[in-house]
Design a protein around this ligand. Sequence first.
Ligand code: 2AM
Length: 173
Amino acid sequence: MSDPTLRLFFALPCPDPLRSVLSAWRDGLGLDGRPVAPANLHLTLAFLGSLPSTRLPQLRRIGAALQCHHRFELHLQRLEQWKHGLTVLMPDAPPQALLELQRDLGQRLVAQGLAQDNPDFRPHVTLFRQAAPIARHPQVSLRWPAERVVLCLSENLPGGVRYREMDSWPLPP
Ligand code: 2AM
């Protein structure tokens, strides 16, 4: 029997205290569209697509190696709408620590044939899919302490998509 494949990605999970603040702010926008479930809010560092489950130990070693990076803070200040009503929140200027973490992760993944290079990384937190256009861009200023990296499994369940943490690595202070 062949190995099952898993749809996986590395991410910064939304810190729990921010999860409710961010979803309440998002809901207050009153946009028509498909909101991302509060439990699913995250910032993707690397999307891996579908990989055989036999690759998990390799991915876990890479996750652990990222603990040479330190924790940092994101300042989310910009709401943008991309194709298909994808509505995202972004830092105005991504911190260097985030860019270095993403670059290091990407290089480790590419070196082991686990992902494609992604030179066009645009760090964002997806809030809605297929949302109606925003008439007026609201002011926003949210601080997101990035304290751990997670490896997530994307599962399609009858109630909708669910991102399940497979492993988590705290970043040192
Ligand atoms: P998005 O939120 O910007 O759409 C799990 O599916 C995560 O991986 C989501 O955050 C999603 O980003 C991202 N993702 C899904 N498909 C992707 C793809 N083909 N390329 C890059 N990122 C993808």
